[in-house]
Design a protein. Structure first.
Length: 139
């Protein structure tokens, strides 16, 4: 069995955003040479997320509105975590909602997706470098 590891780095200039990383994960898969197996893609930071969904701008807007209604950034004084001098408690909670990682089957050397599925990096406390781990195992 083969094992392959790659890190993807992101530095979003804004506090929040969604980035389609499907192409980068597909490139890592090609680089690995794995034809049948599994890919784990996970955010290596506690205020970022990796998730699978449709690449549609209206949906991304809806995610943003939903998350901000559910866990608003301000007032920052509403969160005990921010008593430490931080202002990102909402980012930690948004990450829990959107998820840490995804696992995708690899079949015939390709990501085995359903219709419209794409992999996204979700940033909830940006403006600094963060990484995503791509771990591929298989034959």
């Amino acid at each position: 069995m083969k094992s392959f590891r790659k890190e993807l780095w992101f530095h979003l200039p804004s506090r929040r955003g969604f980035v389609n990383i499907t192409g980068e994960v597909e490139s890592a898969l090609q680089e690995s040479g794995v034809r049948e197996g599994l890919i784990l893609v996970n955010a290596m930071h506690i205020s970022a997320s990796v998730f699978i969904n449709d690449d549609e701008s209206g949906l991304h807007h809806d995610f943003e509105v939903f998350l901000e209604k559910l866990v608003p950034h301000e007032p920052i004084s509403q969160y005990r975590h921010n008593d430490t001098g931080e202002d990102n408690a909402d980012a930690h909670i948004k990450r829990q909602i959107m998820g840490r990682e995804v696992v995708v089957a690899v079949s015939g050397g390709k990501l085995d997706f359903g219709p419209w599925e794409q992999i996204f990096y979700g940033e909830f406390d940006g403006r600094r470098k963060k990484r995503v781990l791509v771990k591929i195992i298989g034959e």
